[in-house]
Design a protein around this ligand. Structure first.
Ligand code: G6P
Length: 610
């Protein structure tokens, strides 16, 4: 989720690029950088922090007619100056900006190092600069060098490359990360989204996967990576800036809900070994023994991340057969928690900055146990202060109500479960393979849910005036009930409670009447028969029932009016699907009630106070 801008033309490239990067900052703002080409020489300026910092550093530089710039959302390597883009080759004559992840970067780095290349950063991107350098020394043609280099690359990329020896061209290529070319009058631009171009032109060509573009001041030539010409008509953009930044969605929250097929895929990317039915996570490699041999896991988190931790407890206890304790970070730090040798502590945090989680992990480290992180924001304080960890790679989450980070946290907890369960031999290779296969199918199943939202919107319309909601689930979907209730409270200000469905009889059932909707998660899993009885108990008291169910569930059809169907999957993966209709339900309720979805009252995206 980084932002990319390239410019060639008669204007001051530096100004055009910096202004474009500012528009792209919602894609990430860990660090920023620019490479400008003048008189066959490339000058690179980069800095940690926001584009405004870069802007100050480059003000007063001599104008250039061609350049590339980047605002980074870190995935590999902390957000400091060396890891900021653009990256350069050994000679400094090739500069590159990149959005995406190069999965085979470590093997490429080993190979390139043996050929004499010297690396400056910890990023995956830098290998591309050296790989292109390697092919450039043989071809002396930037387009050809980029094409040959990309043949060796696994993973995703949106790249723009500059060569001091070819001062009149930008070469761009895409696989999996967006890029579009803006067509101007004696100038052309390229960017990862239209908001960076629209001040200069509204005529654009969207690049497709596996395409390469050679862009000069007056011409754009598009080919596929097999060197065959591609013809594509330019499109004229008519929408406004705000719409573009939200990718055409009305709110960031809806955009982020819709990103989940990709974000879950990104959490799994490069971490599944299909034929062995196991997972691997680079960030845990060195501490794998400690994790596998742990006597107990203690997971610390707040808010939505705490709900993810609870799901983790169900999964890990069932499959990896490891005792798991889940604690609110704020409670843990003020108790006198007993941690003993063999305990492994995990801190889960989207932002990596939540003060209570940070304080709790410091408390745990002081007691001498290892602490590992499951974090979204690379280089954040929690990521830095844990002994090791896994990034969830969900990209920047802007909407205050967490959505895509939750499903990515669940994806990573499942990866950890798979690793530990296989290594502890509590599941067989066959079972592991079945889990891996189903993990590959998840993004498609999420997409299926997102393609059918009309019914959820209609349910929101019907219940938008309700004052209270009950969310009920069992087993691995009990924490999902908690998360569904939290989402509703957070953005639509309707009181909602989540409960384990059977616990309802010990109190909440007293609240049920015709004005109290109850949302059940009733999937065909190990708790199915029991939860059907719980639904009947609510129906008998005239409660309105909304059910998240598996497709074609005849038994449920007789029990409930409102059934939202989701595809079947393994029980341990089912929360990744069952939470999505609940995110959408809260979203549509909030919109219909006229609430500020992306910035709900009194809340903060990251709580850095006690
Ligand atoms: C705040 C946010 C929640 C988030 C919680 C924990 O309350 O509004 O969405 O779940 O903090 O944040 P973290 O960044 O640590 O996951």
């Amino acid at each position: 989720m980084c932002g990319i801008v390239g410019y060639i033309g008669d204007k001051d490239a530096c100004k055009v690029i910096v202004e474009g990067l500012k528009r792209l900052e919602y894609r990430g703002y860990d660090s920023a950088g620019i490479a400008l080409l003048r008189e066959k020489h490339i000058d690179v300026t980069k800095t940690p922090g926001k584009v405004s910092k870069l802007e100050k550093m480059v003000s007063g530089l001599r104008p250039a007619k061609i350049g590339i710039g980047h605002t980074r959302w870190a995935t590999h390597g902390e957000p400091n100056t060396v890891n900021a883009h653009p990256h350069t080759d050994c000679s400094g004559n090739i500069a590159i900006i990149h959005n995406g992840i190069i999965e085979n970067h470590s093997s490429l780095k080993t190979k390139l190092t043996s050929l004499g290349h010297t690396f400056k950063s910890q990023t995956d991107t830098e290998v591309l600069a050296h790989l292109i350098e390697e092919f450039y020394s043989r071809t002396e043609n930037l387009e050809m060098a980029v094409r040959l280099a990309l043949k060796d690359v696994n993973g995703t990329f949106g790249i723009v490359v500059l060569s001091a020896a070819e001062p009149d061209v930008l070469v761009a290529a895409r696989r999996g990360s967006p890029l579009l070319i803006g067509l101007g009058d004696s100038e052309n631009l390229i960017a990862s989204d239209a908001s960076a171009l629209i001040r200069h032109t509204r005529d654009v060509i969207y690049m497709h996967d596996n395409e390469i573009a050679v862009i000069t001041r007056t011409n754009v030539s598009l080919k596929n990576l097999d060197d065959e010409a591609v013809e594509r008509e330019a499109e004229h953009l008519t929408f406004d800036l705000e719409q573009i930044e939200k990718g055409g969605f009305a709110h960031f929250m809806l955009k982020e809900i819709n990103e989940q097929p990709e974000t879950v895929l990104n959490a799994f990317r490069g971490r599944l070994i299909d034929d062995e039915g196991v997972s691997k996570m680079g960030g845990l490699r060195e501490v794998e023994e400690k994790i596998v041999n742990a006597r107990r896991f203690v997971i610390l988190a707040c808010g939505t991340s705490w709900h993810a931790a609870l799901v983790g407890k169900y999964i890990l206890e069932q499959y990896a057969q490891i005792p798991v304790e889940v604690d609110y970070a704020s409670e843990f730090r003020y108790r006198n928690p007993v941690l003993v040798e063999g305990d492994v502590v995990w801190a889960i945090s989207q932002s990596g900055e939540t003060l209570d989680t940070l304080a709790a992990l410091r408390e745990a480290r002081q007691r001498g146990v290892p602490v590992y992180g499951i974090v979204n924001v690379v280089g954040s304080t929690i990521a830095r202060e844990t002994d090791a960890g896994v990034y969830i790679h969900a990209g920047p989450e802007i909407g205050v109500a967490s959505t895509k980070a939750f499903t990515s946290q669940l994806a990573v907890l499942n990866l950890i479960n798979l690793l530990v369960a296989r290594r502890r031999k509590t599941i067989t290779a066959e079972q592991g393979k079945e889990i891996v296969e189903e993990m590959h199918r998840l993004p498609g199943k999420i997409r299926q849910i997102l393609d059918n939202t009309a019914q959820i919107e209609a349910i929101a319309e019907e219940f938008k005036e309700s004052r209270n909601f009950l969310y009920l689930g069992r087993g691995v979907n009990f924490p999902v009930a908690l998360e569904g209730a939290l989402k509703l409270k957070e953005i639509s200000y309707i009181h909602a409670e989540g409960y384990p469905a059977a616990e309802m009889k010990h109190g909440p059932i007293a609240l049920i009447d015709e004005n109290m909707p109850a949302v059940f998660i009733a999937l065909r899993d190990s708790t199915y028969d029991k939860i059907l009885s719980n639904i009947q108990e609510v129906r008998a008291r005239k409660g309105n029932v909304i059910v998240i169910a598996n497709e074609a569930d005849g038994r449920l059809k007789e029990l409930a009016e409102h059934i939202i169907e989701i595809p079947e999957t393994l029980e341990i993966l089912s929360p990744i699907l069952s939470v999505i209709p609940l995110q959408l339900l809260s979203y549509y309720m909030a919109v219909k009630r006229g609430c500020n979805v992306d910035q709900p009252r009194n809340l903060a995206k990251s709580v850095t106070v006690e």
